[in-house]
Design a protein around this ligand. Structure first.
Ligand SMILES: [Zn+2]
Ligand SMILES: [Zn+2]
Length: 140
């Protein structure tokens, strides 16, 4: 598990228990919507409001601790900053899985954007489909 206190301080943020609990919940789950994060963290901090969670998430996105993952047809999810990866999004259960980028993908994106004279700053790719668990459910 990540040292959340160090991560927050490196990013210029105060390491409050609320923020650390938010980061811990997200890291356990991988990707979470604000509602799901609130449901988890309010169990530890009963006086916490949804607005406070929202404010903290936005702040941590701005400071480069979290990344927003917009997903078509779903509320945006948030994840800890990681190396470039591709998302496999299940349209049945909404599960988001990380797939590491290989060098062929990097080469493809670089040549494509260079050709278009487009300066690439970040990559975020979602592939939509049905995960192996949901394929079993559909079949039976
Ligand atoms: Zn699924
Ligand atoms: Zn991810």
């Amino acid at each position: 598990m990540t040292d959340y206190a160090a991560l927050l301080k490196e990013s210029g943020l105060k390491a409050t228990f609320q923020r650390m609990n938010i980061l811990e919940s997200i890291e356990r789950q991988g990707h979470m919507s604000i509602d799901a994060i609130y449901d988890k963290v309010v169990k530890i901090h009963p006086s916490l409001s949804l607005a406070t969670v929202y404010k903290n998430i936005i702040l941590m996105v701005e400071q480069g601790v979290l990344v927003e993952v917009p997903i078509t047809g779903q509320k945006a999810k948030y994840e800890l900053v990681k190396d470039d990866h591709i998302h496999l999004v299940c349209t049945e259960c909404g599960e988001v899985e990380d797939k590491p980028h290989d060098s062929r993908a990097d080469a493809l994106f670089n040549s494509m954007t260079k050709h278009e004279n487009f300066v690439l700053s970040k990559q975020q790719i979602n592939l939509y489909g049905v995960c192996s668990h949901c394929q079993v459910k559909v079949a039976s």
